[in-house]
Design a protein around this ligand. Structure first.
Ligand code: HEM
Length: 470
C-alpha cells in the first residue's frame, strides 16, 4: 500500500531487498565481520551517493559525502532516531526526549559539560585514572585491555556524575552497565536471559540505585540548601530545576544520569582500546607521544595531579586520538527520521523514512584523507585541510556529542599515565575486531605489560573504602 502511495515521489535508486528483512542482516553481518565500509562503498558505487534500502523494517536512505553529512546533521526535519530497545532501557533521557523538553535537557547537559566546567573535573579524572591503574594494571604481566578500559571509563564518568558514591556504584553495577549497553541494539521483547531481557533487568537495578542517590541529593538540597560536590550531575539538574530552567521529575533526572553514563562509557573505552592497539604497532607515533608526555611528567611533582594546562599541552597525543577516531570511530553511523516529506538533491525522502550517515564513507575516502588506511596523526596538523563534515566522530549540528571536551580530557589523562608508566606488546599481533556495533577486538585485546616507570606513591585508593549500601 505504502509503495503505491509513493508513485508521485522521485524516490532514490536502490532496492528494499527481501520484504521486512530488507538489508538488515546483510548490514549487521558486515558490521560483525568489520566489512561495513566495503558494504557501504559497494552501495554507493552501484547506486550513487543517495540510495534507498530497508533496515530494521524501515525504508532507509543512505547518504554519502560531506554535503550529505551536513544535510543530515543540520536539517531540522530530520529527528535523531533511537531504537525501540534504547527507549525502553533509558526512559526519558536526552537520547529519547523531543521538543521543548529536549531543548531544556540539552542545554542543561551542555552546560554541565562545557569547557569551563570540564576544566574543574580534571583533578577527579586524574584521581580515578591513577586509582584504577594502581589497582588493575600495575603488577600484572598480561592484561586484557577492553574490559579494563570499560571499567576505567565507567569509573571516570561516575566519579564526576556522582562524586563520593562513585566507587561503590562501579563495584556493584559495572556488569549491569555492560548488559544495558549491550541491549541497545537488541530485539525489544522482554524475555528473561535474552540480551534485551538482561538489559531491562540491569536497567531496573541501576535505576533503583541512582534513584536512592537522587533522593538523598534532593533531601540535602531542601534541608541543608547546599550542593554535595561541585561536579555532581544530579545536584546540577536539581538546582537548574529550582531556577526554572527545566521541569524534569526526579525520575527523568535519573534517566538522564543513565543516558550520560551510557553515552560516555562505551565510546571512550573503545577509543582507549584502539589507541593502545595502534600505539603497539606504531613505534614512531608512540615515541612522539612519549616525548610529549615525559616532558609534562618531568615538570610536575610525581604526586601532583594533572591540570587543565597540562592537558592543553598534549597536542600530539590528541592528534593520535583523532586519527584513531577517524579509522575506528566508536559510533559507526547516525540514523535520523524524516518528520515530514523532504528533498535531498533531486530525490524525495518521504515522512517517516529513516536516513543514515555512515562515518567510514568520508573518514576512509582518499579524496579527503590521503592514504586513508594509514595511521598518521600528522594529517591533523593542518585542520583546515580537512573539508568540513568529512570528519565527524562526534556527529555534528544541534545533536553533536556534548561530551567531546570531556572525552579529550579523559583520554589525555589516561594516555599520560599509560604511556609514561608502561610499554605493551599485543598478545595476538593480528587480532581482528568486529562492530557490535561498537568496535570490539575479538579477544578483548590482551597485551603483555612492562613497567616503564613506577607509579607515584600517592595513595588514591581511599575512594575504595567508601561504603554505600546499594
Ligand atoms: C570518544 C568518545 C565519544 C564519541 C566518539 C562520541 C560520539 C557521539 C556521537 C557520534 C553522538 C551523536 C550521535 C548522532 O548524532 O546520531 C554522540 C551523542 C551523545 N554523546 Fe557522545 N561520544 C563520545 C563521548 C561522550 C562522553 C564522554 C559523553 C558524556 C560525558 C557523551 C555523551 C553523549 C550524549 C548525552 C549524546 C546524545 C546527545 C543528544 O542526543 O543530543 N559522549 N556521541
Amino acid at each position: 500500500k505504502k509503495h503505491r502511495s509513493y508513485s508521485t515521489y522521485n524516490l532514490p535508486p536502490g532496492d528494499f531487498g527481501i520484504p521486512v528483512v530488507g538489508q538488515t542482516f546483510s548490514l549487521l553481518r558486515s558490521l560483525r565481520s568489520n566489512t561495513d565500509d566495503q558494504w557501504f562503498r559497494a552501495r554507493v558505487k552501484k547506486y550513487g551517493p543517495v540510495s534507498k534500502m530497508s533496515v530494521l523494517g524501515s525504508p532507509t536512505v543512505l547518504l554519502a559525502g560531506p554535503a550529505a553529512n551536513h544535510f543530515i546533521f543540520t536539517n531540522e526535519n530530520l529527528a535523531l532516531t533511537q531504537t525501540r530497545a534504547l527507549r525502553a532501557l533509558l526512559g526519558r533521557s536526552i537520547l529519547t526526549l523531543s521538543g521543548d523538553e529536549l531543548k531544556q535537557v540539552r542545554s542543561a547537559v551542555q552546560g554541565y559539560l562545557r569547557p569551563e566546567m570540564v576544566r574543574r573535573y580534571v583533578g577527579k579524572v586524574d584521581h580515578e585514572v591513577r586509582r584504577q591503574i594502581k589497582l588493575y594494571w600495575v603488577c600484572h604481566d598480561t592484561v586484557t585491555i577492553l574490559p579494563l578500559a570499560r571499567r576505567l571509563t565507567l569509573g571516570v564518568i561516575c566519579s564526576i556524575v556522582f562524586s563520593h558514591e562513585a566507587a561503590a556504584i562501579v563495584e556493584a553495577l559495572a556488569a549491569d552497565f555492560q548488559f544495558l549497553g549491550d541491549a541497545i541494539l537488541s530485539f525489544p521483547v522482554n524475555i528473561p536471559f535474552t540480551r534485551f531481557g538482561k538489559g531491562m533487568e540491569s536497567s531496573a537495578k541501576i535505576r533503583k540505585a541512582i534513584t536512592r542517590i537522587a533522593q538523598k541529593r534532593e533531601d540535602s538540597l531542601l534541608q541543608e540548601g547546599h550542593a554535595v560536590s561541585s561536579t555532581d550531575f544530579i545536584t546540577h539538574m536539581l538546582i537548574l530545576r529550582n531556577q526554572g530552567a527545566h521541569s524534569l521529575t526526579l525520575e527523568d533526572i535519573v534517566d538522564n544520569v543513565m543516558g550520560i553514563i551510557i553515552g560516555a562509557h562505551g565510546t571512550t573505552s573503545a577509543l582507549i582500546t584502539f589507541m593502545i592497539r595502534y600505539l603497539a604497532n606504531e613505534q614512531d607515533v608512540l615515541a612522539q607521544i612519549t616525548e610529549e608526555q615525559d616532558e609534562i611528567a618531568d615538570n610536575k611533582g610525581t604526586e601532583d595531579a594533572l591540570t587543565w594546562e597540562h592537558v592543553s599541552r598534549m597536542k600530539y597525543t590528541w592528534k593520535a586520538a583523532m586519527e584513531t577516531l577517524r579509522i575506528v570511530p566508536p559510533v559507526f553511523g547516525s540514523f535520523r527520521t524524516a518528520t515530514k516529506d523532504i528533498k535531498y538533491q533531486r530525490y524525495d525522502i518521504p515522512r517517516g523514512w529513516k536516513v543514515l550517515a555512515a562515518q567510514s564513507i568520508t573518514h576512509l575516502d582518499s579524496r579527503f584523507f590521503n592514504e586513508p588506511t594509514k595511521f598518521d596523526p600528522s594529517r591533523f596538523e593542518k585542520q583546515s585541510s580537512i573539508p568540513p563534515y568529512s570528519f565527524l566522530p562526534f556527529g555534528g549540528g544541534p545533536r553533536m556529542c556534548p561530551g567531546t571536551e570531556f572525552s579529550r580530557v579523559e583520554i589525555m589523562v589516561v594516555m599520560h599515565y599509560l604511556v609514561t608508566q608502561f610499554r605493551w606488546k599485543l598478545c595476538y599481533k593480528d587480532e581482528t575486531y568486529i562492530k557490535d556495533p561498537k568496535p570490539t577486538p575479538v579477544f578483548g585485546l590482551p597485551v603483555e605489560l612492562e613497567l616503564r616507570r613506577p607509579p607515584s606513591t600517592a595513595d588514591a585508593s581511599n575512594a575504595m573504602s567508601i561504603q554505600f549500601n546499594i
